[in-house]
Design a protein around this ligand. Structure first.
Ligand code: UDP
Ligand code: MG
Length: 345
């Protein structure tokens, strides 16, 4: 019986793009896009995020590839387990797990340090930053803009109080700081590798990201989007945390609050001089009927208040000098998921 000759199967050689995609998938070549996602107790948010954002990235980073880099910011629930499961399904999902909760700003710094893409996009896991605007952002980046930030067209999902305080904050920040933060722009933005390197090179411990982004400059563009309700989980920011963030933001970006006290002091001194003159003149003309208890109390209390406030402001800055001089690391990585392989950049 004649041995059956197998017909040769014609296989076309893989294209350069396919090869590159395979290498990116195995983590051997840096991808085109990195999405960095700080997460704290978001176990229900991981898989939906990967599904929805992954599908969109697949469409825009066809040849260059993509990665989703989660930064587990000290979660106490099953967030890390969900990330590991996602990584087993798709190795382009990677993660850093921090040793405790360092806060969103530090988690973003960790993400920027470990993201390898030519462009990096920080996103929240709760889908409040709609991934549908990613193609538009990437298109603007390809047009030569190094920073494409998302502008919230409508913040109806945030309560009126948050909208009001956020609006006041942006206005106050931009009044006292020369690095203007675009109003209604959050952390959701695309940054070119050049911008990422500038931000990573900034030595300060106080990482108010929006301020650092604003300082970096570069050729900027924006994309509008509607900020929708959170899909899973609950907000991690209460008003006290937001207030602290606002203080960090202003004190890290501006020294106007320090200087302003010289002007207030001068103003109070001029006022006191005028009032003293008035008292002297009226005593000379009308005599001194009753020694003024009320005027003394008012001026003592007022000046005491002014001094305490100015001391408080000084304290804010001295405290920040202390944190800077300690030079502690911004975050501590406890574990990683899928990012041990060597990278060719
Ligand atoms: N987040 C974090 N560390 C924190 C607080 C929040 O990594 O200490 C993450 C959180 O998991 C989410 C993102 O930061 O992915 C934005 O948080 P959130 O949605 O609670 O903020 P909001 O949208 O309410 O301002
Ligand atoms: Mg949110």
């Amino acid at each position: 019986m004649a041995a059956q000759r197998k017909k040769p199967v014609l296989v076309s050689p893989p294209s350069v793009g396919d090869l590159n995609a395979q290498l990116v998938k195995r983590g051997m070549v840096a991808p085109l896009l990195s999405v960095i996602v700080p997460v704290k107790n978001e176990e229900d948010g991981i898989l939906p995020f990967v599904g929805r954002v992954g599908a969109i990235l697949e469409g825009i980073a066809v040849e260059g590839g993509w990665e989703i880099l989660f930064v587990d910011d000290g979660s106490t629930d099953a967030t890390l387990g969900a990330i590991v499961a996602a990584n087993q399904r798709d190795p382009r999902v990677r993660a850093l797990s921090l040793s405790r909760n360092f806060g969103k700003e530090a988690a973003l710094s960790a993400g920027l340090d470990h993201a390898r893409g030519r462009a990096v996009i920080p996103m929240d896991v709760d889908m409040q930053d709609p991934p549908e605007v990613l193609p538009e952002m990437v298109a603007k980046w390809r047009d030569g803009h190094e920073m494409v930030f998302g502008i919230r067209r409508c913040r109806a999902s945030d309560g009126w109080a948050k909208r009001l305080t956020a609006g006041l904050y942006y206005r106050a920040h931009n009044m006292v700081s020369s690095d203007k933060i675009p109003e209604n722009a959050g952390d959701f933005r695309l940054m070119d590798r050049k911008v990422v390197d500038v931000i990573r090179a900034m030595p300060e411990r106080n990482r108010f990201m929006k301020g650092l982004f604003a300082w970096a400059g570069f050729n900027q563009a924006s994309v509008e989007y509607d900020r929708v309700e959170r899909e899973t989980g609950t907000t991690k920011f209460n008003y006290w945390k937001l207030w602290t963030l606002a203080l960090d933001g202003i004190t890290s970006a501006s020294t106007v609050p320090l200087r302003i006290w010289s002007y207030i002091g001068a103003l109070v001194a001029v006022f006191a001089l005028a009032y003293g003159t008035f008292l002297a003149v009226s005593t000379m003309i009308f005599g001194n009927p009753v020694p003024g208890y009320a005027s003394i109390m008012v001026s003592v209390l007022f000046l005491g208040g002014v001094q305490l406030i100015s001391l408080g402001v000084l304290g804010e800055y001295v405290g920040r000098i202390l944190t800077e001089t300690k030079q502690r690391p911004l975050y501590v990585v406890r574990d990683t998921v899928g990012i041990e392989s060597q990278v060719v950049r």
